[in-house]
Design a protein. Structure first.
Length: 292
């Protein structure tokens, strides 16, 4: 059942990035204590990511390669280029050359580092007015953060306690008039991790003690089941109940997923319909296999 809202609330731009900060805080693949900001970015068919504090690249032809031997502190993608931080300096991998070079433009360096540290989910949300919104929230729910703005709707993450006093997470959809609806049939007893492309928001939810990846299509209001964690081939630990796949990145029809720590990095193909909307998620390749 979709529950309509009655309670208005003002959302500041700071709240917009709360969820993204959770998603992108990352990844301790080897079990070491250091963490870094930024999961990955892609140039063409090459995916760049941080693992064990080092920069790696992956494509189907060359497999995984270490791209930089320095200690990498953050990574982000901006206008088709990859930027990353090392020893208090900023480096760029351009979409033309694919070779690392130091960024000497101080303003650009500050900009891309700030983006990596805050993960600006949707420029569209922040650019409207002064970044504040009158959004109605149903009684009993608490707003955790905004995820994306698609097809004139703001997609948010809300929580409430169930009859067993367990905190559950839900998707909330807000129309242009500020009216909100909660997708009550889809919930997680963990934080609601997600990613999105131009036509769908992807999120994990529980059904019959199984975790499934869903795609919500704002244009039609449809929710499509994409996959469950048993479809992951060699990555059976990628998502079990209570061990969320917190990191994800989409590049075209490719989706990269990983757990928070001690996990494989896996590449999937998004199958789409005639309108370009997602239909299913299929295992494509193992980018990195955790040896623990």
């Amino acid at each position: 059942m979709v529950k309509k809202s009655k309670k208005p609330i003002i959302i500041s731009a700071v709240v917009v990035i709360v969820l993204a900060a959770v998603i992108i805080l990352a990844v301790n693949f080897t079990g070491k204590s250091d963490t870094v900001v930024g999961f990955g970015g892609a140039i063409g068919d090459t995916f760049y990511y941080i693992r064990d504090g080092r920069l790696y690249s992956y494509n189907e032809t060359d497999g995984e390669k270490q791209t930089d031997k320095g200690k990498i502190s953050w990574l982000t993608e901006e206008e088709g280029n990859i930027y990353y931080g090392k020893s208090d300096k900023t480096y760029m991998i351009s979409q033309e050359g694919g070779v690392s070079s130091e960024v000497t433009d101080a303003d650009l360096a500050r900009k891309v580092k700030a983006k990596a540290e805050t993960d600006e989910v949707s420029e569209g949300i922040k650019a409207k007015d002064d970044g504040r919104y009158n959004i109605e929230i149903p009684d009993g729910y608490e707003l955790e953060g905004c995820m994306a703005e698609l097809d004139g709707k703001i997609i948010s993450w809300v929580t409430r306690y169930d009859d067993n006093n367990e905190k559950c997470s839900y998707i909330m959809v807000t129309d242009e008039d500020g009216t909100s609806s909660v997708l009550e049939n889809y919930y997680s007893r963990d934080a609601l991790y997600q990613t999105h492309d131009d036509c769908a928001v992807y999120f994990w939810a529980e059904q019959d003690n199984m975790m499934y990846l869903y795609a919500y299509l704002p244009a039609s209001g449809e929710v499509r089941k994409m996959s469950d964690y048993t479809d992951y081939g060699d990555a059976s630990d990628l998502y079990g109940l209570g061990t969320p796949c917190v990191l994800s990145y989409i590049s075209g029809d490719d989706m990269y997923l990983s757990n928070e720590r001690k996990s494989d990095i896996v590449k999937y193909t998004i199958t789409r319909d005639e309108e370009g909307c997602p239909v299913s998620l299929e295992f494509k390749s193992l980018v990195y296999e955790y040896a623990g």
